[in-house]
Ligand binder design. Structure first.
Ligand code: ATP
Ligand code: PRP
Length: 213
């Protein structure tokens, strides 16, 4: 049995057609069911439905053999027990700093609100900028509006969320897309089925990329 960890929402919606092309079709719709383990039409593959930020944990500890996770989550997780063999090219966006346009650089230490604490600390340290990083769990865009922070580190796609809150994108930290991740022990123990699935997905992703060119 192969167990694949996927988060509900955006990644699930974008991963579903990819998985379906690889013959993996869940027999239950997670939006209509409270089930967290979803059987699929392949009796050797099941999905587990978890929070996006938990995918690397399930895969690193071997509770799932494979997972689909955003690069933002993987970089923040800083784990070492994972292989990352394939960029799936889905859920694309950018991890950026953002803040009120034209605000002068803070005279005190920069205060940054984000759920990406490790990534933000590394980014500002590399720049030689003294930053106090405040951990939030969502709605980061609010923080500069109410004086909690000078700027934020968050995902930007269309820029609509920033614009709606009077904020402007500043610096690009990294381009983001979702990756296939694999548990290192599972890669040895279930080498055949895992490489077959990863290879199948890789062919689907490159065919898609060729169509987009
Ligand atoms: P949870 O729902 O568990 O709180 P979440 O809000 O991070 O987690 P999603 O919004 O579904 O869950 O985001 C999951 C992943 O999708 C992110 O880690 C990122 O890789 C990608 N993503 C998030 N926002 C966007 C966006 N606006 N455009 C494209 N991809 C995005
Ligand atoms: C994500 C992200 C931004 C927004 C960016 O939030 O945290 O707020 O998307 O996308 P945009 O540039 O197209 O507006 P999401 O919609 O996932 O909501 P969340 O706060 O529940 O994660």
């Amino acid at each position: 049995m192969l167990t694949i960890a996927v988060s509900k929402g955006r990644i699930y919606q974008e991963a579903l057609p990819l998985l379906a092309e690889a013959g993996i079709v869940p027999s239950v719709d997670p939006d209509k069911s409270r089930k967290l383990i979803l059987p699929t039409e392949r009796d050797d593959v099941q999905l587990v439905i978890i929070r996006a930020a938990d995918v690397p944990t399930y895969v690193e500890y071997g509770a799932a053999d494979l997972g689909i996770a955003g690069k933002d989550v993987l970089v923040e997780y800083e784990g070492e027990g994972l292989y990352e063999p394939l960029d799936l090219g889905i859920a694309r966006c950018r991890l950026m700093t953002a803040g009120p346009p034209g605000r002068p650089v803070a005279s005190r230490r920069l205060r940054v609100a984000t759920k990406y604490v490790n990534t933000a600390k590394r980014f500002f340290a590399r720049r030689g900028v003294q930053a106090e990083v405040i951990k939030l769990y969502g709605s980061m865009e609010l923080a500069p509006l109410v004086g909690l922070a000078d700027c934020i580190v968050d995902l930007v796609d269309t820029g609509n969320t920033l614009r709606a809150n009077g904020l402007a994108p500043q610096e690009l930290i990294m381009d983001i897309s979702s990756r296939l991740v694999v548990n290192k022990a599972a890669m040895k123990m279930k080498h055949g089925p895992i490489t077959e699935l990863a290879g199948h997905l890789a062919r689907i992703v490159s065919a898609r990329a060729a169509r987009e060119r």
